[in-house]
Design a binder for this molecule. Structure first.
Ligand code: SAM
Length: 232
C-alpha cells in the first residue's frame, strides 16, 4: 500500500483518503492484521493495523522487508490518447518500471487534455499491484516542442513506423539510462514534426518491427525493450 508519511519502526502512519475503506471493505483487514507499505523513499515495511474505523486507518511499521532500490531512469513521452488507451498505457508503463510519463501534444493528436488525478491514481494502483516501491511521475501535459525545448538532453528514441529507422534494440547496444521513448498519437507524427524533432541532437528514430502498431502497443513494446536491454 502506498502512503505519503515517512516509514520508521513503531511510528504511526495515517492512511490516505479512501485507503481505510479499501483496507476494511476490499482487503478485509482488521485491527492487528499485517499490511505492507511503501512511500518511494524508505523501502518496503510490514506494518500492523493499529486502528481502522470507517475510512480512517492508522498503521504501524514493524519490520523493514526491502530497502529502497533506485528505479532506472527510463521515461515515456507520448501524445495523449483516448481515455481507455491512455489509462491502459499508464498502467502497463508503471508495471514495466517507467520512471516518468510525459504527455505531449502533437499536431495530429485528437485528445486535448489529460485527467492528471485519474492517471496518478491508476499509476499508484499499478505500482501497488506489481510491488514496485515508488510511483512514476506524471508530468504536466505540454506541447511537444515546448517539452523538447525544456528537455535535459536525455537521449530520446522516437518511434518511427514507416521508413528505414534502425531497430530499437540495435540502437540500445551499450546504452544505459537515462533513456526515453517518444510515441506519436493515433494518427502518427507529421513529416514536419519528425523533421523538427529529429534535428535535436538527443533524438534518434527507432523502429519496433515492420508492422504499424497502435500507439498504446508501441509505447508498451518500446518500454519492454528498453527495460529488457537497458533497465533493471
Ligand atoms: N497513422 C500512422 C500511419 O498509418 O502511418 C500510424 C501511427 S501509429 C498508430 C502511432 C505511433 O506509434 C507512431 O507515431 C509511432 O511513434 C508508433 N509506432 C507505431 N508502429 C511503430 C513501429 N513499427 N515502430 C516504431 N514506432 C511505431
Amino acid at each position: 500500500l502506498y502512503v505519503e508519511a515517512d516509514l520508521a519502526e513503531g511510528v504511526d502512519v495515517p492512511c490516505l483518503p479512501g485507503q481505510g475503506h479499501y483496507l476494511g471493505q476490499v482487503m478485509r483487514k482488521a485491527e492487528g492484521d499485517a499490511v505492507d507499505l511503501f512511500n518511494g523513499r524508505d523501502g518496503e515495511w510490514r506494518a500492523s493495523v493499529a486502528s481502522l474505523r470507517k475510512d480512517k486507518a492508522i498503521l504501524v511499521p514493524r519490520q523493514r522487508l526491502r530497502p529502497q532500490a533506485a528505479t532506472a531512469d527510463i521515461r515515456l513521452l507520448l501524445a495523449p490518447l483516448k481515455r481507455d488507451a491512455m489509462e491502459w498505457v499508464v498502467e502497463k508503463a508503471t508495471e514495466l518500471g517507467v520512471a516518468s510519463i510525459h504527455p505531449v501534444f502533437t499536431a495530429r493528436g485528437i485528445v486535448g487534455k489529460i485527467n492528471h488525478e485519474r492517471l496518478s491514481t491508476i499509476a499508484r494502483e499499478a505500482a501497488e499491484q506489481c510491488e514496485r516501491l515508488d510511483l512514476p511521475t506524471i508530468a504536466p501535459a505540454m506541447d511537444l516542442h515546448a517539452a523538447l525545448e525544456a528537455w535535459d538532453g536525455t537521449p530520446i528514441f522516437v518511434g518511427h513506423e514507416r521508413g528505414a529507422a534502425p531497430p530499437l534494440p540495435t540502437l540500445l547496444a551499450g546504452r544505459n539510462p537515462p533513456l526515453a521513448l517518444l510515441v506519436g498519437p493515433e494518427g502518427g507524427f507529421t513529416k514536419q514534426e519528425l523533421d523538427v524533432v529529429g534535428r535535436r541532437h538527443f533524438v534518434s528514430s527507432a523502429a519496433l518491427g515492420p508492422r504499424i502498431l497502435r500507439a498504446e502497443t508501441a509505447a508498451v513494446a518500446g518500454l519492454a525493450v528498453l527495460q529488457a536491454l537497458a533497465g533493471d
